[in-house]
Write a protein that binds this ligand. Structure first.
Ligand code: NAD
Ligand code: DAU
Length: 333
């Protein structure tokens, strides 16, 4: 099998590629525009692996996308703008990549009759109250940030292409991922790296917003099982069974990193901040036999260890040096 991974230089995409190459002999093409979130250093151990190749390309570039999709079997579509705070500051790139880019990828999938698995988020379902039942595949869409609205649009487009043109598709809506190679702008890697540098951690509002944390490798295994056993046309919710308020998460991080609560800095809340996400993954469990395996406490400890052992990776992310890697390793060689 030949897989085209869009957004494979990002956090989840690069973990998925590593997972796949460690488990299977398939050929993988990583198609990524290398925005600020794309870091090819994440995959440098595979540069000489004949099963792996990289194409620098934008999913909005029709010619490049059609060329890439023509000769593969399956598209696993991760490429997106993914950070909520950036979408609040400027939604444009989110609409361009997550909606128009999605359309381009779908047009190519339709043209060459390929299968696509679309990676989506639980944020499309909106926000839960403390006693509400978790999201399921049947929860009505209610996106509330420019990011989640753009992801909701992408999900609708994938389903529209299935119903209208009969493309072979599946979708997964996953909760908050954590793990190695996570760009230090999202809460867990930002807080770990701040604490490593002796800086305070900015908790938004009252810190009582709840997220459900899933290890990125549990997510990768879920996508694998959907690709192998998922029913075409279906959506699967994937979650980590680890609901936690941000303040509790912050306190756990402080404890694991031997810091006291004076390192907490309460800052102005995110506008439109969703109060709670939670996932009921019964469908994936019953149909695919999937459930998360990595306990949050263990995964978090390992993640902190990974950041401690890879401080150079973290500082290159923070300084922007990682963005010179493609030029040095791929272009001027
Ligand atoms: P990320 O921001 O770390 O990586 C995104 C990748 O896409 C980067 O490598 C970037 O260069 C690439 N990209 C962006 N725009 C592109 C374009 N126009 N053309 C080609 N490549 C482009 O994101 P992530 O956290 O790894 O998330 C990956 C996917 O999973 C996204 O679709 C996101 O919505 C979804 N998701 C993320 C989470 C999470 O917790 N991070 C949870 C559920 C779903
Ligand atoms: O639920 C899945 C989503 O999880 C994905 O679709 C998104 O791509 C991913 O970015 C993530 O979105 P969140 O907004 O939940 O993640 P983030 O790490 O930005 O924020 C997590 C929570 O922590 C949220 O309630 C806001 C809060 N927060 C975040 C940051 C960056 C803080 O309190 N302080 C911070 O500095």
């Amino acid at each position: 099998m030949k897989l085209l991974i869009t957004g494979g230089a990002g956090f989840i995409g690069s973990n998925f590629i590593r997972y796949w190459l460690e488990h299977y002999q398939d050929e993988i093409i990583n198609f990524d525009a290398l925005t600020y979130a794309g870091n090819l250093e994440n995959l440098k151990e595979f540069e000489t692996d004949l099963r792996y190749s990289f194409v620098k390309g934008d999913i909005c570039d029709r010619e490049a996308v059609f060329e890439a999709v023509k000769n593969i079997d399956v598209v696993v579509h991760f490429a997106a703008e993914s950070h909520v705070d950036r979408s609040i500051m400027d939604p444009s790139a989110f609409i361009k990549t997550n909606v128009l880019g999605m359309q381009t990828v779908l047009d190519a999938v339709k043209e060459y009759k390929k299968r696509i698995h679309h990676i989506s988020t639980d944020e499309v379902f909106g926000a839960l109250k403390p006693d509400d039942a978790p999201f399921t595949e049947k929860t009505p869409y209610d996106p509330r940030s420019p990011y989640s609205a753009s992801k909701a649009a992408s999900d609708h487009l994938v389903r529209a292409y299935y119903h209208t043109y009969g493309i072979e598709m599946t979708i997964s809506n996953c909760s908050n991922n954590y793990g190695p190679y996570m760009f230090p702008e999202k809460i867990i890697p930002l807080f770990i790296s701040n604490l490593m540098e002796g800086k305070k951690v900015p908790v938004y509002g009252d810190g009582q917003q709840v997220r459900d944390w899933i290890h990125v490798l549990d997510h990768a295994r879920g996508i694998d099982m959907i690709l192998k056993h998922g029913r075409i046309g279906e959506t699967y919710c994937l979650g980590g069974d680890a609901e936690m308020a941000n303040l509790d998460l912050t306190k756990s991080l402080l404890k694991l990193m031997d810091k006291d609560e004076s390192y907490i800095e309460y800052v102005t809340d995110r506008p439109g901040h969703d109060r709670r996400y939670a996932i009921d993954f019964s469908k994936a469990k019953n149909e695919l036999g999937w459930e998360p395996q990595i306990k949050f406490e263990e995964g978090l400890k390992e993640m902190i260890e990974w950041y401690r052992e890879n401080q150079e990776w973290v500082s290159r992310c923070k300084s922007g040096e990682y963005q010179e890697y493609y030029e040095k390793q791929y272009v001027s060689r």
